[in-house]
Write a protein that binds this ligand. Structure first.
Ligand SMILES: Cc1cc2nc3c(=O)[nH]c(=O)nc-3n(C[C@H](O)[C@H](O)[C@H](O)COP(=O)(O)OP(=O)(O)OC[C@H]3O[C@@H](n4cnc5c(N)ncnc54)[C@H](O)[C@@H]3O)c2cc1C
Length: 387
């Protein structure tokens, strides 16, 4: 049996795409390699956006969120200065699993078939088109359209020519309780190369603390790989090495350590967030469309990818319905890429990469004496409230 759409991956990209496609009357199958959604806690903060309500209903985020904050504080390298902002809308802070399970249950209500424990191993091609996928059990799932939503190291993305070294940035995080903080908003710590004596060649990084209320928090560090030219990213620490850096920050880094060193850690893990660059062709083989982390659809400014996956899901489903897609060819594939590159979400994300990466490379990819940053922070602080 051939489906209208087969989606690889039950993360926010895959499930949001499934919901919009099913609502548009398409027959959708989602294949997920894990036995449950949201196994590794990925994004757990999100600013409000009408697309969330459209997908999940008006009360869903209020029900799963255990904190909301519009406050942000940014510390200069070395933490001698900070400035604070209050955003117009408060972000939600929630458990990743609650979001993915919520998306899954809406998808199922809309008639989507979700098969857990089904890893996509390879695409199936016929006459130059992708017409299905092979799963770990050796079965072929046929479909008119295959959507790759299997994340930052997508098997289908690699077949489409995506070089994940150009996109991916390592991230490590802990979930903890008992933090001691004088500030109820999200906090960001800019760490320039050469700051940590124990790690000679570390890249520029951002450490963060996201408060969950009652002294609980998500805290971690992400490497700013986007500040490093792609050819020189081979030495960026990831996995166990980045966890060591996080431990070091936890124990020694000014302000960050003061707030966290006595906290009880209930989770620790390292992963990847594709915010170092974007792959601009969402389709390189007719019949196969990439979305979400598979193409780096993440805001370079703060690592927000969830809302982007939802917005692109709506765009993708509309394209399939408006064009009555029954069979792909190269002309239709090129039309998809063209329309994708004119979509609001593509322009928003690619615009951030275009503006921010050169600034990050200029300011953060080298040793500066702290005093120059302190001065900059003082100037920015004069234009912002010290909340
Ligand atoms: C630690 C961390 C913190 C983050 N914080 C934020 C944040 O606060 N706010 C925000 O907006 N964004 C945040 N992000 C980014 C955000 O989580 C991602 O951009 C978003 O989850 C992308 O969704 P996705 O569905 O494309 O990929 P994923 O969420 O990675 O989902 C991919 C799914 O595909 C499955 N899969 C993988 N391979 C296969 C296969 N071969 N076959 C079948 N299934 C497969 C995986 O198991 C997974 O379920 C964070 C990311 C990380 C790692």
């Amino acid at each position: 049996m051939a489906h209208d759409v087969v989606i690889s991956g039950a993360g926010s990209a895959g499930l949001s795409t499934a919901i919009f496609c099913a609502r548009a009357g398409l027959d959708v199958l989602v294949l997920e390699k894990n036995s449950k959604t949201g196994v590794f806690p990925r994004g757990e903060t999100m600013r409000p956006d009408p697309i969330i309500t459209e997908l999940l209903g008006p009360d869903f985020m209020d029900q799963i969120s255990f904190n909301r904050t519009a406050l942000r504080r940014y510390y200069s390298p070395g933490c001698r200065e900070f400035f604070s902002l209050e955003r117009e809308h408060a972000s939600y802070i929630f458990h990743w699993k609650d979001l993915t399970e919520g998306l899954k249950s809406v998808a199922v209500q809309e008639g989507v078939t979700v098969m857990m424990n089904h890893e996509v191993i390879a695409p199936v091609s016929r006459n130059g088109n992708v017409v299905g996928v092979i799963t770990g059990d050796g079965k072929i799932r046929n479909s008119t359209t295959i959507v790759a939503a299997d994340g930052h190291n997508s098997v289908l993305g690699r077949k489409s020519g995506v070089n994940y070294r150009n996109l991916n940035s390592p991230i490590a995080k802990r979930i903890c309780s008992g933090i001691e903080s004088d500030f109820s908003g999200m906090e960001f710590f800019i760490i320039t190369p050469g700051t940590l004596a124990e790690f000679k060649a570390h890249p520029p990084m951002i450490a963060f603390i996201f408060p969950r209320g009652d002294g609980d928090a998500e805290a971690g560090v992400m490497a700013l790989s986007g500040a490093i030219p792609p050819g020189k990213r081979g030495d960026v620490p990831f996995g166990a090495e980045l966890l060591k850096i996080l431990k070091n920050l936890w124990e020694t880094y000014p302000v960050f350590s003061d707030k966290l060193k006595n906290a009880d850690v209930s989770f620790e893990g390292a992963s990847i967030i594709p915010m170092a660059g974007m792959h601009h062709a969402a389709s390189s083989i007719p019949g196969l469309i990439l979305t979400g982390d598979t193409i780096g659809l993440v805001e370079a400014s703060g690592g927000c990818g969830i809302v982007a996956t939802m917005k692109n899901a709506k765009f993708l489903s509309r394209f399939l319905v408006d064009n009555g897609v029954k069979e792909w060819n190269r002309r239709l594939m090129k039309q998809y890429n063209r329309e994708f590159q004119h979509s609001d979400i593509y322009r928003h994300i690619s615009g951030k990469y275009r503006k921010l990466l050169p600034v990050m490379r200029l300011l953060l990819n080298r040793r500066w004496r702290f005093v120059s940053f302190d001065h900059l922070w003082r100037i920015i602080g004069q234009f912002n409230r010290r909340v």
